[in-house]
Design a protein around this ligand. Structure first.
Ligand code: GLU
Ligand code: ASP
Length: 493
């Protein structure tokens, strides 16, 4: 097995904005992968519920929102399997490559006129592909630097910019293509994006040196048999369960959503309990893990609200706002570019603020609490437009403002949360921390699969008001217990 020193030595340490050359490869691979994901996502909800005569699939709007939430959840849940495959079988570089290929095939499936079956095939490919690519491409970023390299954090910030730059341009481009040439053309643009990402990755992979070239913890020969057995048994069990529920008429979107919601909550619970009870976890690590639980719960609340920009708020923009400016009709999909646009513009300001404040800056639990206040405020802002008369169109400005507020929260939670996860997870589970952090987003979308059902039956005013209020209440609780959490973090800031 390669040591950290051997890996870092093999990586050209300069060449991209004063950072290791490999960061260039990872930045653009992830730029294009997120380009394809967020571009596709910006039009997918409309593709599902638009009438067939308008180029859509003609699904029920509520069902489309449930499917989007299930999809959003599985995309991040699959990170556990993807992380495991890289760690034990493929190594991260190969996992990223195969993941990218599957994602591209997934987008190609949607760019052909294949109806609902193509939709499900595309989702399956993109779920597995993203599980292989997303946690692993982020993990290689960390591998490029030695543990005490002061450039490490700024390396992650640059990478985060790449994510959001991809997420910013793609809804504009994919949305525009879809308006001009239809949905399938829009999805084709997403496929081309992932193709470019793959080319960049393959051509510039040598910049990564040995980072991610081998599995860190390869399967022993005797474990291989057991693994093949478990995988085969699990696949057969899932196929049989699918067949039985399908033939008996129980395989409905609603029932499936209940399964995903349960899994979304169960998996992180089992995972954290497992780490806590592991003999490899020492007393300090146990205390840190306990401190992590309230942070994780708050992250789930935050992402539940933030992720609804692509479902509930997207539907709101499309159905209840006036998008006509003069002769021009703003595509509803373009609203998905607001979040990354605000992130790109505000992230540097936050960086300056944290440097200015130095040690006087808020602790991690406090930042999480503030992020929940912003998330709550972002839904409160929607109460007024939501209570407008159903037959009049409101200004889309409200949604843009709501997204602005959620981004303030995202900047307090997203970068901090990832780094807190790496510091608070026990050392023996270091390889799984990226996947653990993505489980918060997976749980959030899993819960959203039920929330979007409620959205259809209660008044929208009540919906935004109650969820916004809940976020604020959770934030207050977290603020109150933040000194306790900080103490339990045992020296971690
Ligand atoms: N928007 C960020 C990304 O795509 C964070 C996603 C999340 O953790 O939910 O990487
Ligand atoms: N802000 C998200 C992320 O950091 C991107 C988005 O929601 O469009 O990638």
């Amino acid at each position: 097995m390669l040591s950290k020193e051997e890996i870092v030595k093999s990586v050209p340490q300069k060449g991209f904005l004063g950072h290791p050359k490999g960061l260039f490869s990872l930045f653009f691979t992830e730029f294009w992968e997120r380009f394809s994901y967020y571009g596709m996502r910006a039009i997918l909800i409309f593709y599902m519920y638009y009438a067939i005569k308008d180029g859509g699939l003609g699904l029920d709007r509520s069902q489309a929102n449930i499917i989007m939430s299930i999809y959003g959840s599985l995309i991040y849940m699959s990170g556990i399997i993807g992380g495991w495959i890289a760690d034990r079988i493929l190594g991260t570089q190969k996992a990223v490559f195969y993941g990218g290929v599957m994602i591209m095939l997934g987008h190609i499936a949607l760019s052909l006129p294949g109806g609902v079956m193509a939709l499900y095939a595309s989702m399956a490919l993109i779920i597995i592909g993203t599980g292989l690519l997303k946690p692993n491409v982020s993990a290689v970023v960390g591998d490029l630097y030695s543990d005490n390299d002061p450039r490490r954090d700024s390396g992650f910030s640059i990478f985060y910019m790449g994510i959001n730059m991809g997420a910013f341009v793609s809804p504009l481009l994919v949305g525009w293509t879809q308006e001009a040439w239809g949905f399938h053309a829009g999805f084709a643009v997403a496929a081309i994006g992932m193709f470019i990402g793959l080319v960049v990755f393959v051509v510039t992979k040598k910049n990564l040196g040995l980072a991610g070239s081998q599995p860190t913890n390869p399967l022993l020969p005797e474990e291989k048999k057991k693994t093949i057995f478990v995988f085969t048994a699990a696949s057969i069990a899932i196929a049989v369960a699918g067949l039985i529920t399908y033939t008996t008429g129980h395989l409905t979107i609603e029932n499936f959503s209940l399964l995903i919601t349960t899994l979304g909550i169960l998996i992180p619970t089992v995972f954290i309990t497992y780490m806590y009870r592991s003999p490899k976890t020492n007393a300090d690590e146990k205390s840190r893990l306990l401190a992590y639980i309230p942070l994780f719960i708050c992250a789930v609340m935050f992402w539940a609200i933030a992720e609804q920009s692509a479902t509930v708020l997207a539907t709101f923009v499309d159905t209840r706002t006036n998008l006509t400016v003069g002769n021009f009709e703003i595509p509803a999909s373009w609203f998905q570019s607001f979040n990354p646009l605000f992130i790109i513009t505000l992230a540097p300001l936050f960086a300056i603020l944290w440097t200015k404040l130095g040690d006087r800056g808020p602790s991690t639990p406090k930042k999480f609490a503030f992020s929940l206040f912003f998330a709550g405020a972002s839904f409160f802002v929607m109460v007024l437009p939501a209570s407008a008369d159903m037959n009049t169109l409101v200004s889309p400005f409200w949604v843009a403002f709501s997204i602005f507020l959620v981004v303030l929260g995202e900047l307090l939670l997203s970068p901090v949360g990832l780094s807190a996860t790496t510091k608070l997870a026990p050392a023996a589970f270091a390889g799984q921390t990226m996947a653990l952090w993505f489980l918060a987003s997976a749980a959030a979308s899993a819960i959203n699969a039920q929330l979007v059902r409620i959205y259809e039956v209660v008044s929208q005013t009540v919906y935004f008001g109650v969820l916004g209020g809940l976020s604020i209440v959770l934030g207050v609780v977290l603020l109150m217990i933040s000194p306790m959490i900080s103490r339990a973090m045992r020296g971690i800031k």
